[in-house]
Design a protein around this ligand. Sequence first.
Ligand code: DGL
Length: 266
Amino acid sequence: MSSRPIGVLDSGVGGISVLKHIHALLPHENLMYVADSKYAPYGNKTPEEITARCMTIADFLIAQNVKALVVACNTATAAAIDAMRETYDLPGLNFPIIGMEPAVKPAAEASKNGIIGVLATVGTLKSAQFAALLESYGRNVKVVTQACVGLVECIERGELDTPETKALIRQYTAPLLAEGADTIVLGCTHYPFVKDAIREIVGEEISLIDTGAAVAKQLKRQLEEKGLLSTSRQKAEVHFWTNSEAENAEQVTEKLWGKHVEEHRL
Ligand code: DGL
């Protein structure tokens, strides 16, 4: 029972940044990662389109007998997590579904000057969930938001520090720096993969915050509470699935995961 895998999904390769935290914290948990890269980016899709994609992937992962789902995507969480919980996390089913949201709360706590910047997708920034997050945790700080159109596509291609990627980062961080933000939230799971490039552009003084580690901890807590933690002491298996049409999809996954992978095609 407890050796069943955990399903992790994202619009593409971004959720691998979360998968790394999960694998580090729970090294005996078998993991199945689905990159919906054919339909990336989600950031400019309607909530209905995103929900339909998430349901399709969730159905696939549930058919693989996963014991829990992690929506490793801020945009998908904002659009689809309520519908997913209504559909799959039925009373008595004991099926945790973990989502994620931009780290506004920790950033507001960490900021020294009370000005925080949030980099995220259009979909996340437009969502009711994000408005509620600002209402709850953004009241005592100034929050400067910036949608990063085109950045997810660069990361999907594995271009983490090309001139084009850096130009986009420069363009999108400039307004945050101009407003004096001392803390920047990486509000999309793709962005931790360009953290070095962001660091190079914004300098050493700015704090960069993402939620990957917090999501892994939340997953562990939920598995513990529901008695679903793996009791195995064996090294876990991590399987990758993608519907990407790019020829170099497997190389990009390998580059981001940092190890050899054999990617299954959806
Ligand atoms: N990785 C996703 C997120 O955390 C979304 C990227 C996209 O497909 O637009 O928001």
